[in-house]
Design a protein around this ligand. Structure first.
Ligand code: ADP
Length: 482
């Protein structure tokens, strides 16, 4: 899948954060709007309902004062009571006017209009009749009705408040539900977005680290390409440039080694042939001392040749390290072949080889595994005491094939365990009896095992204990067939 990345890693991060936070910001915003609306609604509803109730109660007390002054006038007929009545009536009308401009329900409005009309009728009656006992009687009845209506208005106000509260509660429940469903929808979306951006951000980084690891492991064959933001792609191009440089350097090194070892061989052969001629006495008889010198010359030229062959071998190994010729291999057969090939040396040292091999198949490069085992076995034979035992174990562990080569020799000191795998490294404390080698065997072992994505380790003694382990991959079908 081809993805279009932004130009820089930073903008990828910024875009990622923005997109991931967008749904969350949206949720926050819509919550804020819902709560704002709720608060607004509740404030308005409660405020106006309370105002109406207050005005209704003021109306009740205005009616009471009006009644008192009207009835006093009807009974006593005094002009000062009529004045008081008029003043109270102005107050009453003020309250009614206030009520009329308020937000009233239908029932409240009808009740207010009714009260106003009835008061008007009472007023007309007072003005028409003047202070008489009949008026006094009528006032008692009429004012009783009027104040009852005013009380009804008060209770209607209470009812409006109750209804408002109920409406608020429903609204709150509705808001809560919509927030809940919004969250249910947004959380998976946010998680999905986070996962996608983590993948997009992590992918180029993983590719860089894989590229660097590949370089470290000497896998130069596969070009390094990084998919990602522009700056990461450029980093990939630089890594690939580095890979090409390493390939060139590697090739130069190998060529140099090959040429040098080749050039060294010719004069060396001449040296050896010369010393052979001297030893054989073809060019004249030698005395004992001269014989000894010819022998030393010959032995050293043989050793030098071995070293040079090791070098050639090593450069050949390097030339093909990044290449595996894999097939399904019966490892037990490889072990047996290696032991057979080393029979002469084993017999010469009177060694016993103890084989403990399970049937294990692996998808691997048979020749490289043979070289690995051969190097380990030849070291074991080399460092074993006379009449010692060399044990080879082969078994499966989870998806790995494991081979151990164990000898009864001096073993390897913990401090040396890392170093012995370096090319040309030879343990300075190795017993003098040990036949000198080139110091390349174990570095080849390590290189080949790593090529199989495996590891080689030195285990604690007694004696030398080497263990290699590499993934068998998909070799099981072949094993059942075996
Ligand atoms: P060499 O050709 O010198 O054997 P290697 O790379 O095979 O080179 O081994 C490196 C060093 O590791 C040897 O010089 C030796 O000191 C040590 N070594 C390897 N195998 C054994 C063993 N089985 N027992 C003890 N020492 C060993």
């Amino acid at each position: 899948m081809r993805l279009t990345y932004p130009r820089s890693f930073l903008s990828l991060l910024l875009i990622g954060f923005t997109i991931v936070s967008a749904p969350l910001l949206f949720a926050l915003f819509s919550n804020a709007v819902a709560f704002e609306r709720l608060a607004d609604l509740s404030e308005k509803a409660v405020h106006s309902a309370v105002k109406v109730t207050q005005a209704s109660r003021a109306l009740v007390s205005a009616i009471t004062s009006l009644e008192r002054s009207a009835r006093q006038y009807a009974v006593a007929g005094d002009a000062k009571f009529l004045e008081a009545y008029s003043a109270n009536r102005v107050a009453f009308q003020g309250v009614i006017r206030q009520l009329r401009v308020m937000a009233l329900s239908e029932a409240q409005r009808a009740e207010a209009v009714g009260i106003e009309k009835q008061e008007e009728a009472i007023h007309q009656a007072i003005m028409a009749a003047g202070p008489t006992p009949q008026l006094a009687n009528r006032l008692v009845r009429d004012f009783a009705q009027l104040s009852e209506r005013a009380h009804t208005l008060v209770s209607l106000g209470d009812q409006v408040i109750d209804e408002g509260i109920e409406q608020l509660r429903t609204q709150a429940v509705k808001s809560r539900n919509s927030v809940f469903w919004l969250m249910i929808a947004l959380i998976p979306t946010a998680i999905l977005l986070i996962a996608s951006f983590t993948f997009l951000i992590a992918r180029p980084i993983t590719q860089v680290s894989e590229g660097i690891r590949g370089l470290g492991e000497g896998q130069f064959a596969r070009p390094i390409r990084i998919e990602g933001p522009g700056d990461m792609v450029r980093l990939g191009e630089q890594l690939d440039w580095l890979r090409e440089r390493l390939v060139t350097l590697e090739a130069q090194k190998t060529r140099f080694l090959q040429h040098m070892s080749h050039e060294l061989k010719t004069p060396l052969t001449a040296l050896r042939e010369g010393s052979d001629l001297l030893s054989s006495g073809v060019v004249g008889n030698l005395n004992a001392e001269q014989h000894e010198i010819a022998r030393i010359l010959r032995e050293n030229s043989i050793e030098l040749r071995k070293l040079i062959e090791g070098l050639l071998n090593y450069s050949a190994v390097h030339a093909q390290t990044s290449y595996l010729d894999a097939s399904i291999v019966q490892l037990r057969d490889v072990v047996k072949r290696v032991v057979n090939d080393r029979k002469l040396a084993i017999v010469a040292k009177n060694l016993r080889v103890d084989l403990n091999c399970e049937i294990v198949t692996a998808y691997c490069d048979e020749e490289k595994i043979r070289v690995v085992l051969d190097n380990l076995l030849s070291n074991a034979v080399k460092y074993s005491p006379e009449k010692g035992v060399v044990a080879i174990k082969l078994y499966k562990e989870r998806s790995d094939a494991v081979i151990e080569v164990i000898d009864e020799g001096p073993g390897i000191a913990p401090a040396e365990r890392e170093k012995i795998f370096e090319a040309f490294y030879r343990d300075a404390n190795a017993p003098p009896a040990a036949i000198k080698g080139s110091g390349l065997g174990l570095s080849i072992v390590k290189e080949y095992v790593q090529l199989h994505k495996g590891v080689v380790e030195v285990l604690d003694g007694p004696g030398g204990r080497f263990r290699i382990r590499f993934p068998r991959k998909q070799a099981d079908g072949a094993e059942e067939a075996a």
